[in-house]
Every structure is written in C-alpha cells, then in structure tokens.
Design a binder for this molecule. Structure first.
Ligand SMILES: [Zn+2]
Length: 221
C-alpha cells in the first residue's frame, strides 16, 4: 500500500505537456521526441571538425530545448544527454578505449546568472552518466557577451564570436593532454563550435569533434 501511495506521490506533470509523467517527460512526449531522431547521426561526422548529432531541430525536440533553457528544466538536458550518449555508443564513432573529456560550450556569466544554469552542462551530465567520460564544465570560459546569432550572415557570425572564448586558468593541466569532445545543444552554422575548437587547438589540445542534440533538417545527410 505504501508503495502505491509513493508511486502516486512521485508522479509529476510532464514539463512539455502537463500530462502525468513517470519519467522526466511523459510517454507521449518521449515518442514524439523519438520521432525527431536522425536516421543518420554521423552525416556531419566528417572533415576537420566532425559533428555527431542526435536529432532534427524541429517539432517536439525544438520545444524540449526551449523548455529546458527558458523554463528552467535542467532534467530535460540530462535526459537528452543520456539519449545522445546511447546513440553515440551504438554508432561506435570512436574506439571506446579512447578516454574522452566532454567540454560543454560555456555561457557568458551574465547569461548564466539570468538563466541559472548552462543547458550544455546538463546535457554533458547525462552524457557522462552513460559513457563514464569526464565532464569538464569549467574548461572554457565565454569572455565576450556575443549578440544573438539569429539573422546574422556567416561573416557577421564569425566576427560576433571572434575571441569569444578563453581557456580557464583553473583547468587542470593534466586534463589538457586528453582528447576533447565539445558539446552544444544546437548546431547550425558551426561558428560557435569552430571558435571554441580553435582556442583549444591553439594550445595543442586535441579536439576530436563535437556532439550536439539537434541540427536543422537542411543539414541532414
Ligand atoms: Zn508530455
């Protein structure tokens, strides 16, 4: 009797649709999110800075990322991070013997203060819980408060993010010999990830690539 009482008590409304949820999101939303999953997550895993993506930035996944960021639901990030990890492992992208360090793209401190958390760190927590990789949320700092990228052309985006990142002085030197996988929520033009990778590579740090939750369907291969 106690168990059924607790079960009833532990059910929370789904943050995406307010139905009762037994997990982070309800079964209905889980299904809708699953339908946004890419058939080929490795379509952008090529070139100098390969990118592995979980899903298409549309529908319920777009909504989930907005709810995560703007309605303060870091648990959605942890859930999506776990799904990203499972897909990453299933795809065997990199030999599992290679120990990776996950570096989430940082927010500028004023944005971090207003949002209360960095969504990429939540994603990283979920990812590393599944894979056992190390999470380094403090490795990079965003030293320049860049403008919103929406509506900017590629050249303007590049300029907007120029010198936006720096390597944190507190970052342990021993970690710098590791292989880095950058992590962000959305990949569009790749300007953010390229800029972050460049800062690390300038210090001879090995950046293997980047992992993201969503990418627009126009980039789907
Ligand atoms: Zn729901």
């Amino acid at each position: 009797m106690w168990k059924s009482f607790l079960n009833l008590w532990l059910k929370f409304p789904c943050p995406l649709c307010q139905r009762t949820a037994e997990d982070v999101v309800c079964r209905y939303c889980q299904k809708k999110l699953e339908s946004c999953r890419l058939k080929n997550s490795q379509g952008l895993w090529t070139g100098d800075l390969p990118v592995f993506a979980w899903g298409r930035y549309e529908g319920q996944l777009k909504r989930a990322l907005a709810t995560l960021k703007y309605n303060h639901h870091p648990e959605i990030g942890v859930l999506l991070g776990k799904w990203l990890a499972k897909s990453w492992q299933e795809n065997n992208v990199i030999a599992p013997s290679l120990k990776l360090t996950i570096v989430p793209i940082p927010l500028h401190k004023t944005k971090l203060q207003s949002r209360g958390f960095n969504q990429a760190v939540s994603l990283g927590r979920g990812f590393c819980q599944e894979t056992g990789d190390d999470l380094e949320p403090e490795a990079l700092m965003r030293v320049k408060a860049s403008k919103a990228m929406f509506g900017l052309n590629p050249a303007q985006r590049g300029k907007n993010l120029q010198n936006a990142f720096a390597i944190s002085e507190n970052w342990q030197k021993s970690s710098k010999s590791r292989s880095i996988l950058l992590l962000d929520d959305i990949y569009t033009t790749g300007t953010t990830i390229k800029e972050a990778a460049q800062i690390l590579r300038q210090q001879n740090i090995n950046v293997v690539g980047a992992i993201v939750i969503a990418t627009p369907s126009r980039l789907e291969i």
